[in-house]
Write a protein that binds this ligand. Structure first.
Ligand SMILES: [Zn+2]
Length: 54
């Protein structure tokens, strides 16, 4: 599990989302996609390694 993420990815529309709450132990606690309106934390995922640019 990542300690911290800068964004998460909406599984519904595959867009990066910046409105979310992330807990290092619990993962995505709450999230909102302003592209499609998805607000179900289950329907988001953390970015994969190759999506994270240092
Ligand atoms: Zn979305």
């Amino acid at each position: 599990m990542l300690d911290k993420v800068d964004f998460i990815v909406c599984l519904n529309c595959d867009s990066p989302c910046y409105f979310f709450e992330y807990d290092a132990k619990k993962g995505i606690v709450s999230a909102f996609c302003d592209v499609c309106g998805n607000d179900d934390p289950i329907q988001f995922r953390p970015p994969s390694d190759d999506e994270i640019e240092e």
